[in-house]
Write a protein that binds this ligand. Structure first.
Ligand code: NAP
Length: 512
């Protein structure tokens, strides 16, 4: 309550002008939070047993309702985030595409994971019971979206889509940096809930800015899992709350990653200039506000790396400043860059162009030798924005050593030519242990929503390395297996009945 007294009522802020606009969003009351949790719990048993077609059509209806919001949604998201039209329009397509992809997953029914080990009454020395297994959803899920993806990682984003696909009611804690965008998407989901005739508790949006709101939701005993995208501090706070509950629950938090890029020698010799320019393109895209931004570059010290640095320096020096998402994120970026400027042994290579608007990020590129990098843990902390550090290594052994010392990452990239293959081979096991996605000759920014994508990785990239928050596997985070032993056919769930009325794929004695 003390915190509530000092914070002004939540209103949207345009980061390009620092002006507030639109309606005030009163902080949700304790009664509203209680009602949302109670409704979600009450809706769970009905929603989780909706037939596959109803649930798939519901997800498709959400996508259609989001599209029906038209240009007003695009303009609202642009005003609240400072992100350009093309980016927001693309993100809307990704968001609706993601919902439709999960509709296909639901219809296919593979996620049910049906397995049947038929009874073996004659087995000796002991008969085997009839064992049938399927996945069921965990229960109501609380979702926290991130400021940098107001559509694809927020109210109607990947966590919401995958939890709803799994059969979990969802309560979204609306992000304070884009409340109007959140409210519009929340309204679209509400419409789809009504049109499908589902219980109202299947979805709720609570927009607020007090820490007690999110903390209270995660602590509520009716909540059974958390999906989070955002800062390391936020994710870790929720991991702690979830672990200290009487019934601890899983937290799937996507947090912090600096996405190392390794420039292999033959690739660097062949195309140092092109790599330097492309690297700055990836670094400065969207003011560097991507969790997959390339924040660290490793390469052998020498003239080819000098060429790469010169090209990157030239490209960054010409890069225009861009508005960041919020004054807070801009402030944190400035602080991160200033900290690097002050670090012993770190050399500033280039800054981008300075603008005259507010909250504008000026890109920053630094270089350091590997010994200094290994000594100073601060140098591998994420600076959210267009700042990156080039680490000069002496030889292949030192490269392996510095990679070994890295924390968990969402991505790791190898820029390599065919002649680099043998030198890259021993690095792969290291990168597999460090990252959720390993790329060759691309840049980590840009995450495809597909079946094979992994947007995850060991801590602190995420709180749980076993999952992904992007792609169809994201549904698995919100499911758990239940085994039915000798349960009569009339009582079995449809997916496990003798005549397989859903027609889903099942493994009988381990064979599909
Ligand atoms: P954020 O500040 O952590 O906010 C995320 C959400 O969690 C917001 O709704 C926020 O509430 C809430 N929250 C955060 N800490 C909380 C706490 N201690 N108690 C209660 N609620 C809390 O993150 P952001 O500013 O949206 O995003 C920027 C960061 O996200 C960057 O560091 C970036 O690297 C990371 N990110 C990661 C990924 C990924 O996939 N790994 C993707 C995108 C962004 P309020 O709305 O009230 O602030």
């Amino acid at each position: 309550m003390a915190e509530a007294a000092v914070k002004a009522a939540l209103r949207a802020l345009n980061p390009a002008t620092n002006e507030h606009f639109g309606p005030s969003f009163p902080e949700p009351s304790a009664a509203q939070i209680e009602a949302a949790c109670a409704a979600a719990a009450a809706a769970f048993d009905t929603y989780r047993e909706t037939d596959l077609e109803t649930r798939a059509a519901f997800l498709e209806a959400i996508a259609a309702e989001i599209e029906a919001l038209g240009d007003e949604l695009i303009q609202t998201a642009m005003a609240e985030t400072g992100l350009p039209q093309a980016r927001i329009t693309g993100e809307r397509g990704r968001t609706t595409g993601q919902l439709r992809l999960f509709a296909q997953v639901v219809r296919r029914g593979d996620w049910i994971g049906a397995r049947i080990d038929p009874a073996m009454p004659e087995r000796t020395p002991l008969p085997r019971a009839d064992l049938r297994q399927r996945f069921i959803p965990l229960g109501p899920v609380v979702v926290f979206g991130a400021s940098n993806f107001p559509l694809a990682f927020s109210t109607g984003g990947g966590d919401t889509a995958s939890a709803l696909a799994a059969g979990c009611p969802v309560i979204v804690k609306g992000h304070s940096a884009h409340p109007n965008t959140g409210a519009m998407i929340g309204g679209a989901i509400d419409k789809a809930v009504k049109a499908a005739g589902l219980p109202a508790g299947v979805f709720a949006l609570l927009i607020g800015q007090q820490r007690t709101l999110g903390a209270g939701l995660v602590a509520d005993p009716r909540i059974k899992a958390v999906g989070f995208t955002g800062s390391r501090a936020g994710g870790v706070a929720f991991m702690r709350i979830a672990a200290e509950r009487r019934e601890p629950i899983p937290v799937f938090a996507e947090m912090s990653s600096i996405n190392p890029v390794v420039l292999m020698p033959a690739a660097l010799a062949a195309r140092a200039e092109a790599l330097g320019t492309a690297f700055i393109g990836s670094l400065t895209m969207g003011a560097g506000q991507f969790c997959t931004n390339p924040g660290l570059v490793f390469a052998l010290d020498g003239p080819d790396l000098d060429r790469f640095e010169a090209a990157a320096t030239a490209a960054l020096t010409a890069a225009q400043p861009q508005v960041m998402l919020t004054p807070g994120i801009f402030g944190a970026y400035e602080q991160g860059v200033n900290q690097l400027l002050d670090r012993d042994g770190v050399k500033l290579l280039a800054r981008g162009c300075v603008g005259d608007g507010v909250n504008q990020a000026v890109g920053a590129l630094f270089s350091v030798d590997a010994e200094t990098f290994q000594r100073d843990a601060v140098l591998s902390h994420e600076v959210f924005g267009s700042s990156s550090l080039i680490v000069r290594v002496k030889d292949a052994g030192q490269l392996a050593e510095v990679l070994e010392g890295l924390e968990g990452q969402l991505t790791a990239t190898l820029q390599m030519d065919p002649a680099d293959a043998e030198a890259a081979r021993p690095l792969l096991p290291i990168l597999e242990r460090k990252a959720g996605r390993i790329l060759a000759n691309g840049w980590p920014t840009g995450v495809e929503v597909s079946n094979a994508m992994v947007h995850g990785g060991p801590f602190p990239a995420t709180s749980d390395p076993r999952g992904t928050s992007v792609g169809t596997r994201a549904i698995e985070r919100f499911l758990r297996p239940v085994c039915y032993q000798d349960i009569p056919d009339t009582l079995l769930p449809a997916a496990l009945k003798a005549d397989n009325p859903l027609g889903v794929r099942r493994a009988i004695d381990g064979v599909l």
